[in-house]
Write a protein that binds this ligand. Structure first.
Ligand SMILES: C[S@@+](CC[C@H](N)C(=O)[O-])C[C@H]1O[C@@H](n2cnc3c(N)ncnc32)[C@H](O)[C@@H]1O
Length: 232
């Protein structure tokens, strides 16, 4: 069988998010029971207030907007123009355009010179990239020495019972919400994308292997959400 190339993979991802861009924020609110905003705030607490921050897979810009509100200058990149358009509309409504530059680009081949950014963030998107190690290596490349990576992502909880209940929740709730939004198949993909995603301890090791130091993580929401941070 022909191997799916990285380019095909990225194109598939771009198309999937193009189809759900219009309902992405609403879907997030419903699926996280309104908690996603608080998780982002906690994740971004260690981000520098006055630095230049890269937000990869910025989507509709929820992380980027919080960073800009905190005083950071932000560059947001995403594969999907449709997600970026939603972000642009928010920037203009909230008059935050001067704080955020947006660019269509692949997080695995960032169009920036080495050592450009003070901090790099990724929210709920590490499980969508084709290669997690390559993505962290690319983030490390564009960070200045001492710069911080912050990764907020769903994770599989450790206890067997909670893990089962969480899987059940994702596999029932996401397709249900997807059906209400008219995008059931896309939300089934999003539920399944956690199945092969590394557990929090393994993700920490991957970050260390990518050359990041002082890697730590914090679990939220009964261990179903993880915030990983590391330094270059
Ligand atoms: C689940 S959304 C997360 C959006 C946002 N970060 C948030 O916190 O809500 C995932 C985003 O990752 C983007 N994406 C997936 N793979 C990517 C890649 N290789 N490079 C850049 N963006 C990517 C998708 O287009 C989508 O907008």
């Amino acid at each position: 069988m022909a191997k799916v190339s990285d380019r095909d993979q990225a194109e598939g991802m771009r198309r999937l998010f193009a189809r759900i861009a219009h309902c992405y924020d609403l879907g997030n609110k419903v699926i996280s029971l309104g908690q996603d905003r608080a998780w982002r705030k906690l994740a971004l607490a260690p981000a520098p207030r006055d630095g230049l921050v890269l937000d990869i897979a910025t989507g509709t810009g929820e992380m980027a907007l919080d960073l800009a509100r905190g005083g950071s200058k932000v560059v947001g990149v995403d594969l999907s123009q449709e997600m970026l358009s939603r972000c642009r509309a928010k920037l203009s409504r909230k008059r935050l355009q001067p704080m955020i530059d947006l660019l269509q680009a692949d997080a695995l081949a960032l169009p920036f010179a080495d050592e450009t950014f003070d901090c790099a963030t990724v929210g709920f998107a590490m499980r969508n990239v084709d290669s997690i190690p390559a993505c962290f290596a690319e983030l490390r490349r564009v960070l200045k020495a001492g710069g911080r990576v912050i990764c907020l992502e769903l994770t599989t909880p450790r206890g067997r019972l909670v893990a089962r209940l969480h899987r059940l929740y994702l596999q029932k709730a996401l397709p249900f919400v997807g059906r209400l939004l008219g995008r059931k198949e896309e939300y089934i993909y999003l539920a399944n994308s956690l199945v092969h995603f590394p557990m929090a301890g393994e993700l920490k090791r991957i970050m260390e292997q990518a050359g990041l130091s002082q890697v730590t993580y914090r679990l939220l929401n009964l261990g179903t959400v993880a915030i990983h941070t590391g330094r270059k």
